[in-house]
Write a protein that binds this ligand. Structure first.
Ligand code: NAD
Length: 324
């Protein structure tokens, strides 16, 4: 019988790719997602389009804070926990409650349910935002953690919860700290999506700061591979940086997009947003040594794939009609 796994946030950007890969690996997947309206729920249904054709995929459109998780988890060997309220910039003010509900409370409920299912391993999707604005580069897993955004604080709380449930109850988990993931289906609030969308529509691109800020960009199939490796890992380390090895400035990204789309970009620089860090750069030697993680997709190839996907998405009526 095929192994059964659960993917929370299965209709999201990374979660839909993780689900597809697990099906390809021969697993039975239960996807859970409440299709929040942070970006278009119709766009999320589109992410599920191929998945729901598979008889290996079941989907529960439910909020993790409302489900009887103990019951749902029965028979699974692994939970890939990607559901979250993502996005640094909107995590200020009244919106913070969404971050607390989806990133802290839902994670705590999942861990409580796992107390009754200690055979199940949890793969927690964490973020480079737990490091904050540090001069210590490249970032290593044991560096100080000082998030500068409310979002980062909630992702770090999730890590702490995993660790303290591990310590007190023996819950097995791996936390993957992704560094800016991009590729087909990237969230519409993320920089590449916005740049590519503006370039297709010939409208001005707004860049926060002077464009010299750097990010370690990770292609989505590499982030997915890290999840598969984490599921198979039986060593003692629990926290891993997952970076694509392509640390470049936003200005360089704009050049690559302009060249790939054979167009000139109309760029306006606006104030840097509170919560945005200046630089990220992953030291992935632990992930390489323990998990065997080696990112494979170069930034040029990855951006070309994202542009290609976006072109098809627009042809289907996305980016306006479908939304997001
Ligand atoms: P996404 O918004 O596309 O996917 C998250 C999904 O979770 C959404 O479909 C949403 O509807 C669902 N969700 C939110 N709250 C829920 C709840 N309470 N119950 C059920 N479903 C809920 O985001 P993404 O970019 O795919 O991110 C996936 C994970 O990776 C998140 O945990 C995020 O914090 C983390 N992460 C992403 C990046 C990145 O660059 N995209 C970087 C670091 C970490």
């Amino acid at each position: 019988m095929a192994e059964r796994v659960i993917v929370t946030g299965a209709a999201g950007f990374i979660g839909s790719h993780v689900s597809e890969r697990l099906i390809d690996e021969g697993m039975d997947v239960l996807g859970i997602d409440c299709l929040t309206d942070y970006y278009s729920p119709d766009r999320k249904r589109l992410h599920l389009r191929d998945l729901i054709k598979s008889d290996r995929f079941d989907f529960l459109e439910r909020d993790l804070n409302e489900l009887d998780l103990e019951e749902v988890l029965g028979g699974a060997c692994c939970v890939f926990h990607l559901a979250a309220q993502a996005g640094v910039r909107s995590s200020w003010g009244a919106e913070f409650t969404r971050y607390v509900d989806s990133n802290i409370l839902a994670t705590q409920r999942l861990l409580e349910a796992l107390k009754e299912h200690k055979e199940i391993k949890l793969i927690y999707s964490s973020s480079s935002s737990v490091y904050g604005d540090t001069k210590l580069l490249p970032m290593k897993e044991d560096h100080p953690l000082n998030p500068i955004s409310p979002y980062g604080a909630t992702k770090l709380s999730g890590e702490h919860l995993c660790e303290l449930y591990h310590y007190n109850f023996g819950i097995r988990y791996v936390a993957l700290r992704y560094f800016t993931v991009y590729g087909p289906r990237q969230r519409p609030d993320m920089a590449f999506s916005k740049f590519i969308n503006s370039a297709f529509k010939g409208v001005r691109i707004e860049v926060y700061g002077d464009g010299r800020q750097t990010r370690d960009f990770t292609f989505v199939s590499d982030a997915v591979e890290a999840n598969i490796l984490a599921m198979k890992y039986d060593g003692d380390e629990r926290i891993f940086n997952i970076g694509g090895g392509s640390r470049v400035s936003v200005l360089e990204v704009l050049d690559i997009i302009a060249e790939e789309m054979k167009t000139e970009l109309d760029v306006k620089f606006i104030d840097r947003e509170k919560g945005d860090v200046l630089d990220t750069w992953a030291d992935t030697s632990r992930a390489k040594g323990e998990l065997g993680f080696v990112p494979k997709v170069s930034l040029g190839d990855g951006i070309a794939e994202e542009i290609d996907w976006y072109r098809r998405y627009l042809q289907m009526g996305g980016g306006g009609v479908i939304g997001g």
